[in-house]
Design a protein around this ligand. Structure first.
Ligand SMILES: Cc1cc2nc3c(=O)[nH]c(=O)nc-3n(C[C@H](O)[C@H](O)[C@H](O)COP(=O)(O)OP(=O)(O)OC[C@H]3O[C@@H](n4cnc5c(N)ncnc54)[C@H](O)[C@@H]3O)c2cc1C
Length: 380
């Protein structure tokens, strides 16, 4: 059978694209190296921050507004609990990216926000011991997504809508016909043809998208779950927000309220300082020095969190130098769409990126403004 679109990689982005295309009645074949919603890539670990006053740039705001709508649609359609709104704090010095960048986006789009001084933050969110020279943007609509459940919901709905999804079937090679029509993908099990191809390989981008010459770097990041000293009540999602805390120009960490279900406790992680790695050889165990580093940053700032370490997990950021995403048509093959929306902040957009990738596969252009993700911007 010939398909309309083949998708390589059924993680956060490929799964969302499969769903959107199946919903449009396209014949979709999805190929995934691992099992559904696995923990070997970039889309696992119980929680992902979602926020609107986007510190990385106001150009993301139209995308995030649509992402919220699509997450809510997916929740309704799948019956799954994916999104929890908790409010969110972007904490730092007044001239930090966290504060300045998020205020800029909020003002550019008239988004509801408050700017809180340190005393107000401590009064409203007692676990956070913010130093007196820091401030924060607070937004009510921020919160977290459940990544495994979100990936599963996209995949389940895609299959129900007729997409053919093959797991544990890595794609080995792809080729695009020089006429600009048609692609062929070879996997460990066979060879498939389609009119279009979407490549959404996550941390495997340096191999699968090698021909584009994009300076990708893969970073290993560790997630930590701690048991709060006095129980999880002060960290309950109805009173404790998600936060990103820039402690100096090079260092930021972030965290979540307490979540139901294993591993329990409260999750925190560094956003900066990841170590270079590779999708196949990444070190999965966590060194004692890494635990010490996160405890050192937490102890003075969120002292109630400094209890027993309950669990750790490792995850990969696929970064490019400007820390934006890579999404667009392949510069030499108009029938191929490439998608590496990560740089450590892509998950919240997966729902809208699915729609964008479906537009690109269908029409070669997206309805939403994505020029700043152009795959050719690095010169390659
Ligand atoms: C620790 C951590 C914390 C993060 N926190 C946030 C956050 O709070 N908020 C936020 O918005 N974002 C966050 N992110 C970023 C976000 O999770 C990623 O941007 C997003 O998960 C990337 O999705 P993806 O589809 O590109 O990659 P993945 O979901 O990893 O999917 C890629 C898929 O391609 C498959 N694949 C690769 N090669 C092949 C092949 N040859 N054949 C078949 N399949 C293949 C892989 O197995 C994988 O399933 C975080 C990331 C990490 C690691």
């Amino acid at each position: 059978m010939t398909y309309d679109t083949i998708i390589i990689g059924l993680g956060a982005m490929g799964g969302a694209a499969a769903y959107q295309l199946a919903k449009r009645g396209r014949r979709v074949l999805g190929l995934e190296r691992h099992t559904p919603a696995h923990d070997r890539g970039s889309s696992h670990g119980q929680s992902r921050i979602i926020r609107r006053a986007y510190m990385e740039g106001p150009e993301y705001v139209p995308l995030i507004l649509r992402a919220y709508e699509l997450w809510e649609d997916l929740e309704r359609e799948s019956g799954a609990d994916l999104l929890t709104i908790t409010g969110g704090l972007m904490i730092g010095a007044p001239d930090s990216q966290a504060v300045r960048g998020s205020i800029r986006s909020a003002e550019a789009y008239g988004l509801y926000h408050e700017v809180l001084d340190a005393a107000t933050i401590r009064r409203r969110f007692p676990p956070l011991h913010v130093p007196s020279d820091a401030i924060a943007l607070y937004e009510r609509k921020a919160g977290f997504l459940r990544p495994e459940a979100s990936v599963e919901a996209h995949l389940r709905r895609a299959a129900e809508l007729g997409a053919e999804l093959h797991f544990e079937e890595p794609a080995l090679a792809w080729e695009a016909s020089p006429s600009g029509d048609g692609v062929r993908v070879v996997t460990v099990r066979g060879s498939y043809e389609a009119e279009r191809l979407i490549i959404a390989p996550g941390a495997w981008a340096p191999t699968l998208l090698a021909d584009l010459g994009i300076p990708f770097s893969i970073e290993r990041q560790v997630l930590f779950w701690f048991a709060p000293r006095d129980g999880t009540t002060p960290f309950a999602p109805d009173r404790f927000p998600i936060y990103i805390w820039e402690t100096d120009a090079e260092t930021a960490f972030y965290g979540f309220p307490a979540q139901e279900g294993p591993p329990g406790g409260v999750k925190v992680a560094f956003h900066t300082g990841g170590t270079p790695t590779d999708a196949e050889t990444i070190r999965r165990d966590v060194a004692p020095e890494e635990v010490t580093a996160i405890r050192d940053i937490i102890a003075p700032r969120i002292p109630a969190l400094d209890g027993e370490l309950l669990a750790t997990a490792t995850c990969m950021y696929t970064k490019v130098p400007d820390e934006h995403f890579v999404i667009g048509m392949h510069p030499r093959h108009p029938q191929v769409v490439v998608a590496s929306p990560c740089s450590g902040h892509g998950f919240k957009f997966a729902s809208v990126i699915g729609e964008i990738l479906a537009d690109l596969a269908d029409q070669g252009r997206a309805a939403l403004p994505i020029g700043f993700f152009n795959p050719t911007r690095f010169g390659g």
